[in-house]
Design a protein. Structure first.
Length: 504
């Protein structure tokens, strides 16, 4: 029996959707306001996953340039039919409900077509779309939206559905309400499957926090009526002490050796009450068991972290930044210059700071609960540094330039600084996420940031910042920690990125 790592894809990778094509699996996750958007991972054993590309790699494919925090690419569904990969996604407060296609999942993907109502005037009004095909080959889009008809019409979310012409991307009918779950809040993330002659509808409900879970219903036809499963929720960590919490938003796929699996999101909280999830929502996997009555159950999501990793990045004008580098609301290539100074990443400030929605910032996801990152900085011509960002209201950084080095924490507009005079223009900056000290009792936070700088071989420890302030429960962003380099004034040159982490 295969042993799967959990998290399957560590760090900020929520809302997973997976599809098997031949002897390979492909997996897509949400990116919200970050670009490139919607990463595609590939595996041939469901254990080792490689980032092979993104869906949104060109301006305009997603309308994230001016979206509010937590807007952008929500909850993709990835499917394959007749040699073509299909992905549907909500571009929240951007373009609307979109359909992308590619013959190679590594890309390039299409520009994305807006899925409109039957009049062709507006996007279908909902989130978290799924795509399936009926016996005639007609596309069926199932999504979460306000309930249609009945005494609850327009008052609560439910699962809706409409057949869609994929040539015109127009609904062929008025949407219908299918099912509203078992009573948990926010029925969403539907996925529709035909299995052994029956149609199964898998959804998330309970909200994406501690009440999260996966529930299931089935019908003889894709449009229902749907019968509620007898063992719902089929997976949830609510009211448990399991190390993986918030489990939900699942998608079914046949894995190695023909066993059924469910990929789903979860978090790894820490602290005395396990209250703070530093890395945000990650992708996990659990086994699915089908029973004689035709209903599935799922195993609780077990924690099986990967070994520690080390990432060393040297910049070159001949090698573009790899797909792990992301930027809020614009593509990294718009701000990252690899040619001006060979061997260095050059950033030029444009008046924005980390407090703004579009900072001059490019980074990589924090993937381990304990992680240290360092970058060499030349601040001769500007001011910038190394930062951990949840969003524009929650970030910590070490900044150099203009005659000083300063550690800074911004927590919902509450700012504290720890400055030290600096008489050098070349400096190495460090941000380390460490387990909290428990010598004086139970830890009351997820981790502690240690902010430091090394100048001419001498390390200067600047500050310690409580990590709970950059957790999903505090920031309430849909993303996670992204560690990166930024420019605030003038020009900043960076070299020799090193990141090392583990899950101890």
């Amino acid at each position: 029996m295969t042993t799967y790592p959990n998290p399957l894809i560590p760090g900020f990778h929520p809302d997973p959707s997976a599809v098997r094509v031949g002897d390979a699996w492909y997996l897509a996750t949400s990116t919200f306001e970050y670009l490139p958007g919607i990463p595609i991972h590939r595996s041939t054993d469901f254990v080792t996953w490689e980032l092979i590309g993104h869906v949104a790699t060109r301006p305009g494919q997603l309308g994230v340039e001016d979206v509010r925090t937590a807007g952008g690419a929500w909850a993709p569904t990835l499917r394959h039919r007749d040699g073509v990969f299909h992905l549907v996604v909500t571009d929240a407060t951007g373009r609307g409900m979109l359909h992308f296609t590619a013959t190679d999942p590594a890309g390039p993907w299409s520009d994305g077509d807006l899925i409109t109502d039957s009049e062709g005037h507006a996007s279908l009004d909902g989130i978290d779309p799924d795509i399936a095909w009926d016996a005639d080959g007609t596309a069926i889009v199932t999504y979460s939206g306000l309930i249609l008809g009945g005494e609850d019409a327009g008052r609560h979310l439910g699962i809706l559905q409409a057949r869609v012409d994929l040539d015109t991307h127009r609904a062929l009918e008025e949407p219908r309400s299918l099912w509203s779950g078992t009573g948990g809040q926010f029925p969403e993330a539907p996925h529709l499957y035909e299995i052994d002659g029956r149609w199964y509808l898998l959804i998330a409900e309970g909200g994406t926090e501690r009440g999260h879970g996966v529930s299931i219903a089935r019908a003889d036809r894709p449009e229902g009526p749907f019968e509620t499963g007898p063992a719902n929720p089929v997976v949830s960590a609510r009211s448990t002490i399991r190390p993986v919490q918030n489990t939900g938003h699942g998608d079914l796929v046949i894995g190695p050796d023909g066993e059924w699996l469910c990929v789903l999101l979860g978090v790894r909280p820490r602290s005395m009450t396990r209250a703070f999830s530093a890395l945000g929502r990650e992708t996990f996997v659990t086994r699915v068991h089908w029973h004689e009555d035709g209903w599935p159950t799922m195993e609780p999501v077990a924690l099986a972290p990967r070994p520690g990793t080390r990432v060393d990045v040297t910049f070159s004008p001949d090698v573009p930044l790899d797909g792990e580098w992301i930027t809020p609301r614009r593509l990294p290539a718009e701000i990252a210059d690899l040619t001006a100074r060979p061997g260095w990443l050059v950033l030029r400030a444009d008046g924005a700071t980390l407090d703004d929605p579009r900072p001059v910032f490019v980074g990589r996801r924090q993937e381990h609960l304990t992680q240290s990152t360092s970058i060499e900085l030349d601040c001769t011509a500007g001011v910038g540094g190394l930062a951990v960002r949840y969003d524009e209201d929650f970030h910590v950084e070490v900044e150099a330039g203009a005659g000083r080095v300063v550690a800074r924490a911004n927590v919902a507009g509450l700012v504290r600084e720890w400055p030290v005079p600096l008489d050098a223009d070349r400096i190495t900056l460090h941000i380390e996420s460490r387990r909290p000290d428990t010598d004086r009792g139970f830890a009351r936070t997820s981790d502690v940031f240690h902010l430091a700088a090394t100048v001419e071989g001498r390390r200067i420890d600047l500050a310690e910042v409580d990590g709970r302030f950059l957790s999903s429960e505090t920031a309430e962003s849909f993303t996670g920690r992204v560690v990166g380099v930024y420019a605030r004034e003038g020009r900043v040159d960076a070299a020799n990125w090193t990141s090392e982490g583990n899950d101890e």
